[in-house]
Design a protein around this ligand. Sequence first.
Ligand SMILES: Cc1ncc(COP(=O)(O)O)c(C=O)c1O
Length: 398
Amino acid sequence: MTNPFEEPTLEQLRRRTSMKWRAYPADVLPLWVAEMDVNLAPTVAAAIHGAVDRGDTGYPHGTAYAEAVAEFASQRWQWHDLDIGRTAIVPDVMLGVVELLRLVTDRGDAVIVNSPVYAPFYAFVSHDGRRVIEATLGIDGRIDLDTLEQAFARAAGSGGKVAYLLCNPHNPTGAVHTVDELREVAELARRFGVRVVSDEIHAPLVPPGARFTPYLSVPGAENAFAVLSASKAWNLCGIKAAVAIAGAEAAADLRRMPEEVSHGPSHLGVISHAEAFRSGGIWLDAVLRGLDANRNLVGALVDQHLPGVKYLWPQGTYLAWLDCRQLGFAEHAADGLAVVSDLSGPARWFLDHAHVALSSGHVFGTGGDGHVRINFATSQAILTEAVSRMGRALSGVQ
Ligand SMILES: Cc1ncc(COP(=O)(O)O)c(C=O)c1O
């Protein structure tokens, strides 16, 4: 199979009307929001065409999506006890997360996140009246268990219920949490009475060398929840759907989720996501091979063109975290909650001077300043041109 990232041409990509390709002028190379520059997996495209041909565009129904995820989880992750009876379809991962947090916390309660982390974690949690407490990652971009323990203790001590929104694998550092790390997380969560919601949207994007561990497969995690989706790995984020899964001890909580939440995902989303998990494995393997090559290419390009920038090699996902603090570009963050498209510091500078759009580190919370996130789910030519442009811009000022 050909490399999916080498299929669409730049001209074809520029005709796309989604956020990645429309938010900036045509001379900007967009390596920011988490969309992939691929054509659809053929079996997924066929499933969508089939539904359209049948006029099959009503409300979603049934458990086909969860069944496809269970089959995939059993084959890829040796997670054999995903119980379909403890699943619900939800509109997308973030709205699923919000609905799950509503089941186990009340307004004013604390939700812990590991900053720097996917920016909408802040916006969605606070919009729903919960307080975000940050437990910063270690300098290696991984969960720091001592810091997490302190955050759990602080939140539990302040009264009210406490939840922890785990990003597994982690966006933006690409850390793939190990089974030992997750066991310790589960042990801490039990000790402090913290309910865990694990966002596993990037799970299928873990290459064979870095094993993904579903949080619910870890002993002690039975009272937790996970949310999975085909949205990132098969580039279906514009065709909305996701699956929420409860551990055995959280089943009763999940049953309290309003039935109407399951009317939110689009039926085409459910059809295409289920098909992706069911038959999209070969295509996904080609994506993973392409990402491995790109992960190495970005490392080499940063070494060659961006002296002073540190590349945190991502184990999983198609996102990489670049530490640009040595470049000394000042941050001028907007007041209040940052949104994904806010730009400051190095991301602002590279947009203005190199015409490359990256995600700005400051929107990922504490620890994000002075960093940028680069999305490498694109062709090698685009990556090479983008990082070379960044290098040329820097050498102009150095
Ligand atoms: C960690 C994480 N969670 C959730 C999302 C968004 O998922 P959805 O569009 O299904 O809400 C993203 C998108 O990049 C993400 O990286």
